[in-house]
Design a protein around this ligand. Structure first.
Ligand code: 8YV
Length: 331
């Protein structure tokens, strides 16, 4: 009997891919790029499983053209690129990569917050451009992070990892979330629950860690920015669509808030042109989880899920981070 076929949408760690080979015919792309819907249809036409990234959208139309597909492993914790209802209706399992990236993404949220507050990017550009003529006592003044109030909007496991880092900075942490956390978790993170209006008004640095859903689109727009302190910093490491980028560009240009840092963009890799004109913003190309160790862990977890879905490996029959376990019960 021929082996099932797994399609991998981008190249990653050959030794991890090799774990699939005893059980699967592996079709791994050799170029790291986005596949159009048409290309996706061709690649999935005879695939039994797929390992994909957030730029590949799997919806009812994709599924209709993939009659053999039984499992999709998403390389990322966010899974707004997957239509889970359509996948479940078709009996196709899907997984993501939670937890393995929490600490790395939390490190990066702090890196962006510090860089934006202390103007690291703009100062470096200025220095490289040859403008530095000597020490200025009042030059390049930024905002402190230590001892200030850090706000976290969206308090899942990444938000909690961000909060735990605050104790070394002696910062106060406020959070808002759809539901309040168990008091023991609040205590462990040193975080206090507040409503969204209080979070906006009291945060010196506000970090967005929300999942991207229809309700969360433009959760931060002109009104929310106007409710923040004029000295505040906004950091987005979640999904671009959570922030109204045009409103943010205006707010930064007009001094409504002081600074921002974005790792994610609504139309990425396209960047709103008004954001590119500003000096008080740090921009990075969606790299919050991009440490060598964490990307290996994400790849290994995706592979573990695919192996398990087909009855192999240490989790045989129980993909460890399946998003729609009901599919297994129905099988
Ligand atoms: C990944 C992410 O870079 O986990 C997520 O949701 O956005 C990032 O960790 C991305 O998903 C890679 O496909």
């Amino acid at each position: 009997m021929s082996k099932p076929k797994v399609w991998i949408s981008r190249p990653f760690f050959p030794d991890i891919v090799d774990r699939l080979r005893p059980y699967f015919e592996v079709c791994a792309e050799t170029e790291d790029r986005k596949h159009s819907a048409d290309e996706l249809a061709v690649c999935l036409a005879d695939a039994d499983a797929a390992i994909i990234g957030l730029v590949e959208r799997i919806d009812a139309a994709t599924i209709a053209g993939a009659p053999r597909l039984r499992f999709v492993a998403n390389l990322g914790v966010g899974h707004n690129n997957l239509d889970l209802d359509a996948l479940s209706a078709a009996g196709i399992g899907a997984s993501n990569t939670p937890d393995v990236l929490n600490e790395t993404v939390a490190d990066y949220a702090w890196a962006l917050m510090l860089a934006a507050a202390r103007r690291v990017g703009a100062a470096e550009r200025w220095l490289r451009a040859g403008h530095w003529q000597g020490f200025r006592f009042e030059g390049w003044l930024g905002a402190d992070v230590h001892g200030k109030t850090i706000g976290i909007l969206g308090m899942g496991r990444i938000g909690q990892a961000i909060a735990r880092r605050a104790s070394g900075f002696r910062s106060k942490v406020l959070y808002h979330n759809r539901s309040r956390l168990d008091p023991r978790i609040e205590h462990d993170c040193g975080a206090t629950y507040v409503d969204k209006a209080t979070l906006l008004a009291e945060s010196d640095h506000l970090i967005l860690v929300l999942p991207f859903t229809a309700q969360n689109r433009h959760a931060i727009g002109a009104a929310e920015l106007a409710a923040m302190k004029p000295t505040a910093t906004l950091v987005n490491i979640a999904r671009g669509g959570i922030v109204d980028e045009a409103a943010l560009a205006r707010a930064l240009a007009d001094g409504v808030i002081a600074a921002a840092a974005l790792d994610v963009f609504e139309g990425e890799p396209a960047i709103h042109p008004d954001l590119l004109k500003l000096e008080n913003i740090v921009l990075s190309p969606h790299i919050a989880s991009a440490s060598r160790d964490t990307r290996r862990d994400m790849a290994a977890l995706a592979v573990d899920n695919v192996l398990a879905a087909f009855g192999h490996g240490p989790h045989a029959g129980r993909p460890p981070t399946i998003l729609n376990p009901g599919v297994l019960a129905d099988a």
